[in-house]
Design a protein around this ligand. Structure first.
Ligand SMILES: Nc1ccn([C@@H]2O[C@H](COP(=O)(O)OP(=O)(O)OP(=O)(O)O)[C@@H](O)[C@H]2O)c(=O)n1
Length: 377
């Protein structure tokens, strides 16, 4: 049995980057041999021989030859392995491509074998913004563009999330656009190319460009970048006659953001964050001129979803207004207000009273109107 460290850990070490987890490849062992050597190993999938040992992943190879295994991988910069003695094995182009910062497919047919590699290649464009896709990568992605629909949503969603935590998420979408790979998984982004972003001075060009600007500004955090991607989805529903205005896009965007997240089987947290980004970014963007009651309702709604800071960071990335410090103070104030112990009110009445007190605290007077506002107790 021979064990090799493979993939990202070897690549990242050679690039001088920190690596998250390690993947090992096991050659010349069947499952019984492996379990004998690693009794604590837990099998991951039923179909594939993948095991978890502590935080590390071990895959039993179908081949006995490390070079043959490397030839079955996605990109040359990932086709590297290191044995237990520290000896390096690599695809003939791997070290050169790493040095010259080129994303190159190992073999075209490997992408047809596992089309997820299209999205992996695109996410490496976001993770490594100074790497250039080789012309044959673009060709390979084009050739693979017609077989993307059968991929599992979770796998595509994971590559998107990885791209969003990279340095330049827009590169993920641009390279997919260039190679005809936005549909079917990211057809929203494809449509956004033909829609004007809006009439405001910060809305230069298409909705796609605006989404890319905001998502890039929020890169590094999956949650924030995802909210950036979702916030203006509702503009896709605006009838052409109304362009470049997008009246009501915040409400329209709510369902679209939710469907986008569900299509990719994203977590409940992300689904909710995308929905709330679409629904509340307009209102939050007007925070400075909102009435106290509307401010109370907005902050309470966002606070319940644990999205106050995230939403106001989105607003800042969207058009530069920074309400964050003010909002934090307002929220602190609101949350410090409670009904007196002897209030004697029940149910809805108690809720209305608390809202009144909170409004008074923000404004120095009561401006709450019953039944109006979005936060009903
Ligand atoms: N569809 C896939 C998935 C993985 N791999 C190979 O398996 C390795 C490990 O995969 P994974 O851990 O998913 O990616 P990493 O490259 O390690 O990236 P990260 O650092 O984000 O984990 C990759 O480097 C690549 O060689 C592949 O060829 N095709």
């Amino acid at each position: 049995m021979k064990i090799y460290s493979v993939g990202g850990a070897v690549r990242d070490r050679l690039m001088g980057r920190a690596f998250k987890d390690r993947d090992f490849l096991v050659l010349g062992a069947n499952e019984a041999d492996f379990m004998k050597a690693f009794p604590s190993a837990r099998k991951q999938g039923k179909e594939t021989p993948v095991y978890r040992v502590g935080g590390d992943e071990y895959i039993l190879s179908h081949t006995d030859n490390i070079q043959e295994d490397l030839l079955g991988r996605d990109l040359t910069i990932n086709a590297m392995a290191e044995d237990e003695g520290g000896r390096l094995y690599y695809h003939p182009m791997a070290l050169r491509d790493l040095k010259e910062k080129i994303l190159r497919p190992v073999r075209r047919e490997n992408f047809l074998e596992d089309p997820l590699r299209v999205f992996r290649a695109a996410r490496f464009a976001s993770l490594f913004p100074d790497f250039t896709p080789a012309p044959e990568l673009l060709e390979t992605m084009k050739e693979t563009s017609h077989v993307l629909e059968n991929l599992s949503p979770e796998r595509v969603g994971n590559e998107l999330l990885s791209a969003l935590s990279g340095e330049k998420p827009s590169r993920f979408f641009r390279i997919l656009a260039e190679t005809g790979c936005l549909s079917p998984w990211f057809s929203e982004m494809k449509k956004a190319m033909d829609v004007p972003a809006g009439p405001a001075p910060w809305h230069r060009g298409s909705l796609f460009e605006h989404m890319m600007d905001v998502t890039d500004a929020l890169h590094g955090s999956q949650l924030l970048a995802w909210m950036g991607l979702c916030h203006d989805l509702g503009k896709l529903a605006t009838p052409k006659e109304a362009w470049p205005s997008h009246h009501g896009h915040d409400r329209a965007g709510e369902t679209m953001a939710r469907s986008f997240a569900l299509k990719l089987r994203l977590s409940r947290r992300l689904t909710e964050a995308g929905r709330m980004a679409a629904r509340y970014h307009m209102k939050a963007g007007l925070y400075g001129s909102l009435r106290p009651g509307t401010r109370v309702d907005l902050l309470v709604t966002l606070h319940r979803a644990d999205l106050v800071e995230a939403l106001f960071r989105l607003v800042r990335a969207d058009h530069g207004e920074d309400f964050l410090e003010r909002v934090k103070k307002d929220l602190e104030r609101i949350l410090s207000i409670h009904l007196p112990p002897d209030h004697g009110l029940e149910g809805v009445e108690a809720g209305y009273r608390l809202r009144d007190l909170r409004c008074q605290s923000l404004a120095g007077r009561c401006s709450a109107s019953r039944g109006k506002g979005m936060h009903q107790p």
